[in-house]
Design a protein around this ligand. Structure first.
Ligand code: GDP
Length: 303
């Protein structure tokens, strides 16, 4: 199955949320002001958010008028083009260290799918031939360490950990030392998920940052924020809080398969200007896809 088809399958709920509302129009033979009102409503219902909805509808209307399009069947591809434009401005490439191990810090609140995403990333890079080490940096919860250990065993990668309650910066220190000793290419580091405000976040992560940068030049090379698409606009608020506290370099948007609110990806990229680098489309370790704006937009707008 190609990327478009995997997106199409994973985005089924979001897709039918938008086009289920507009189906009547697509079978008709006219496009008028009411159609655009309905399109606005459909996009808002898919959690595209107010500003981006207005922007998208305006783009579609202009294009339709410019090209003198009167057949409603052409509207999905106009919307797909507008969405691609909204999602394209950012670079989705992962950054790697020029030399030595790359350190990826993974942040996000509990329950969003952080541990699963770490496992999926480990599986992705291991399958690509890289040596991966996981760092159990959420020392606040014993269960988080255990869960990461389980995933490590399932994926077949080492997990560096300490006992619950220990200093996350010390775990990162150990993981970097292990990576250097074992010739690992990639360290993926979990962090505590109980961080809800800027002060907490900064207090907890600043030491991790300091140790990472001291032990590994340029680290962290990526700070990935995991957001749960099911929470819709709440994911946008979380991104705002995290962005103020840490330099988020990319987003992993999870659970797109389980929600009709997949439109939330648009305001995240267009308004917050943080690239979505990965999307989660299921609970298994291979249910993670590299984000691609055009395939994503075409899939959510396909009939
Ligand atoms: P954490 O607390 O952020 O580490 O969250 P977990 O990784 O434990 O995930 C919480 C729940 O979300 C688990 O039941 C996962 O299986 C589920 N989950 C994570 N990612 C996805 C996804 O992309 N799709 C679906 N459907 N479920 C997911």
């Amino acid at each position: 199955m190609g990327l478009f088809d995997r997106f199409r399958k994973g985005l089924e709920k979001s897709r039918s949320n938008i086009w289920g509302r507009l189906g009547g129009w697509l079978q008709g033979n006219r496009i008028d002001a009411q159609f655009y009102d309905d399109m606005e409503e459909a996009l808002l219902a898919s959690d595209v958010g107010f500003d981006t909805t207005i922007w998208l509808v305006d783009q579609v209307r202009r294009q339709q008028q410019k090209e003198r399009i009167s057949d409603p069947k052409e509207l999905p591809s106009l919307l797909a083009n507008a969405m691609t434009k909204a999602l394209s401005g950012v670079d989705s490439q992962m950054q790697f260290a020029a030399e030595g191990p790359t350190l990826v810090l993974v942040v996000g609140v509990n329950g969003v799918g952080k541990t699963t995403s770490i496992a999926k990333l480990a599986h992705h890079y291991k399958s690509a031939g890289k040596k991966v080490i996981l760092a159990a940096g959420d020392t606040f919860r014993a269960a988080a360490i255990e869960q990461l250990m389980e995933w490590g065993a399932r994926v077949g990668v080492d997990v560096v950990r300490q006992s619950p309650g220990s200093d996350p910066a010390a775990v990162v220190f150990d993981a970097i030392a292990a990576a250097k000793a074992r010739g690992a290419d990639l360290i993926i580091c979990d962090t505590a998920g109980r961080l809800h405000n800027k002060a907490n976040l900064m207090a907890e992560l600043s030491k991790v940052y300091k140790v990472a940068a001291r032990e590994l030049p340029g680290a962290p090379h990526e700070v990935l924020l995991v957001l749960d698409a099911v929470t819709g606009q709440n994911a946008v608020s979380q991104a705002q809080v995290f962005r103020e506290a840490v330099s988020v370099s990319g987003i992993v948007l999870t659970k797109l398969d389980g929600t009709a609110k997949g439109g939330v990806i648009l305001p995240i990229v267009r308004e917050l200007e943080i690239p979505v680098k990965w999307v989660g489309l299921g609970e298994q370790m291979n249910d993670l896809e590299v984000f691609d704006a055009k395939d994503f937009a075409d899939a959510i707008c396909s009939s």
